[in-house]
Design a protein around this ligand. Structure first.
Ligand SMILES: Cc1ncc(C[n+]2csc(CCOP(=O)(O)OP(=O)(O)O)c2C)c(N)n1
Length: 558
């Protein structure tokens, strides 16, 4: 069965047929035929953002929360280049985003035409795959391939660039199955059982073993398998920044986050461990600190779907390239029950009271426990980048899978507000809180207008310390206290909320935190809470950049 459609209509049909329901975008000259085809199109909801960066982050949030492809759309030139940060964030964190960009017509390509940018060239390093579609006959298949590639293996962003004249051209729309070219898939090798046996032996023999889990566990849905492995062996579980919520925080075996802002006993445990099993994580520098001194006594087993990640940063004893859930399902029958009670007691002995950097005012501890209280833990927290992000990661009690979303790899300030819109659209019945600093919030706060126009109920919390806090902390510690360009002025956030027609609350006293968060949580529609926190509070503990996990700072250096 076939029918004659324009390229623009083919894009719409292909998206609908692939099950896409929502997309985030911004129109412009080179993508106008697509927007025309979208007009009144049943089944495709388009969210008009205020900046294309927000479209990419929102698609990313939607993809992470919904575990499906998130779609964003932009025009050529500035529209497409505005997507780049969002694509890079999705690329670093393995999120399946498909970007569709308009391009100047084919006869204009390479002529410095108005709003012509080689977006395939620009986005090459920040996408898994990208393509300029020159032939209308290939348009539907390229889009289908884009969606498959985005989801396949380690998920990631794919960009499809469509010249305006291709959008206007007519061709037969072939439904999948007629001429549909299945995208080339990398075959997933089944791990050799010899290696799995060896891993089981290492687990049996280890005296100080640790599990270190990352976002790969969330992507593959390996919660039950990780939990079974931990409970059967008594091995404590460390969750990386992106692995937070892959394992319940309150579980006896849960330790917390490692690395630059990991608790002292967690990093010391890593340094004392004789076996580390990393699952769905990358051993990136924020986790390892100085590689030369990382886990000096440990043999490392690394399980990750991305073969290129294995052995890239740390030498491994055994590397298994595969889906976390599939590998663990094959490993579990080989693993004998054991416990690690002496080791766990040793780790408990390394624990120490948290260095509380708050002389007065609102503490993040108080704010985050109040948030968990008022939401009954039934909420997804999307954090931005900076000190508040680390406080959320260290202190919010994440119990349910995949309820913590942040830009970990790229660390893109401005992520939280738009990403939270995508999360909310993927989880329309769950409270979604975007937690930002006053710096990151101001980067994409224009998206409040999108929320109002589209009725997207995101709850906004701004930790206002009057500084680009994390950079100020580094200046205090490592640059002689010279606060170069880190004091940052904010508008009156309550008035800002009013200007957008949403309720706004300002909290300065601890006694008001819970009431304000409760009110904001239960008031329908988007709401904003400004939390005025101590200006020069610091995140502790801290490993000096490039330093060893064995040498945490627990107070500002003098
Ligand atoms: C787009 C972008 N620009 C710059 C940075 C560098 N950076 C990392 S944290 C930070 C400060 C964040 O300040 P704020 O949003 O107020 O949060 P806080 O650290 O105070 O909680 C900066 C500038 C970044 N991560 N992303």
């Amino acid at each position: 069965m076939s029918e004659l459609l324009t390229g623009a209509q083919i894009i719409c049909r292909t998206l609908v047929d692939a099950g896409v329901e929502v997309m985030f975008g911004y129109p412009g000259g080179a993508i106008m035929p697509f927007y025309d085809a979208l007009h009144g199109h049943a089944g495709l909801r388009h969210i008009l953002v205020r900046h294309e960066q927000a479209a990419a982050h929102a698609a990313d949030g939607y993809a992470r929360a919904g575990q499906r492809v998130g779609v964003c759309v932009a025009t050529s030139g500035p529209g497409a280049t505005n997507l780049v940060t969002g694509l890079a964030a999705a690329h670093m964190d393995g999120s399946p985003v498909v970007a569709i960009t308009g391009q100047v017509g084919r006869p204009m390509l390479g002529r410095d035409a108005f709003q012509e940018t080689d977006v395939v060239g620009v986005t090459m390093p920040v996408t898994k795959h990208n393509v300029l579609v020159r032939d209308i006959e290939e348009l539907a298949d390229e889009l289908r391939a884009a969606m498959a590639i985005a989801m396949e293996g380690r998920p990631g962003p794919v960009l499809v660039d469509v010249p305006k004249d291709v959008q206007n051209q007519k061709a037969e729309y072939k439904v999948p199955g007629t001429g549909y070219r299945v995208p080339a898939k990398t075959p997933r090798p089944i791990p050799d059982s010899r290696y799995l046996e060896e891993v089981a032996q290492l687990i049996k023999a280890a005296e100080r073993p640790l599990l270190m889990v990352g976002r790969g566990v969330i992507v593959s849905g390996a919660y039950a398998e990780v939990r079974e492995l931990a409970e059967r062996t008594g091995i404590p579980v460390i969750t990386t920044l992106l692995g937070i919520s892959a394992f319940p925080q309150s579980h006896d075996l849960h330790l917390g986050m490692p690395g630059m802002h990991g608790e002292v006993h967690i990093n010391k445990a890593i340094q004392a461990a004789d076996l580390i099993i990393g699952i769905g994580m990358r051993f990136d520098d924020r986790v390892t600190g100085a590689i030369a001194t990382f886990a000096p006594r440990a043999q490392i087993v690394h399980i990750d779907i991305d073969a290129a990640a294995i052995g890239r940063n740390v030498p491994v004893k055994i590397g298994i390239a595969g889906d976390a859930r599939a590998v663990l399902a094959r490993l579990l029958p080989l693993v004998a029950a054991r416990n690690a009670l002496p080791w766990r007691a040793e780790i408990r002995g390394l624990m120490r009271p948290r260095a509380e950097a708050f002389a007065g005012g609102l503490s993040p501890e108080l704010i985050l426990s109040a948030l968990a209280e008022v939401t009954g833990g039934r909420c997804t927290v999307v954090s931005d980048v900076g000190q508040h992000q680390m406080w959320v990661a260290q202190r919010y009690p994440f119990e349910r899978p995949n309820t913590h979303i942040t830009s970990g790899g790229l660390g893109a300030m401005g992520f939280a507000v738009p990403a939270a819109m995508g999360v909310r659209l993927a989880r329309p019945t769950e409270p979604v809180w975007a937690i930002s600093g006053d710096g990151g919030f101001q980067m994409n706060m224009a998206e409040i207008a999108t929320m109002v126009q589209e009725g997207i109920e995101v709850k906004l919390a701004v930790f206002n310390n009057g500084y680009l806090g994390m950079v100020r902390q580094w200046q205090q510690f490592f640059h002689g206290g010279r606060y170069s360009n880190t004091p940052i002025w904010s508008p009156d956030y309550v008035k800002l909320a009013q200007a957008y027609g949403i309720p706004g609350f300002r909290v300065k006293q601890s006694s008001d935190v819970e009431d304000a968060l409760r009110e904001a949580n239960k008031t329908p529609g988007p709401t904003l809470v400004e939390l005025v926190i101590e200006q020069e509070a610091n995140v502790f503990p801290m490993i000096v950049p490039g330093g060893s996990l064995s040498e945490p700072l627990e107070a500002a250096p003098v």
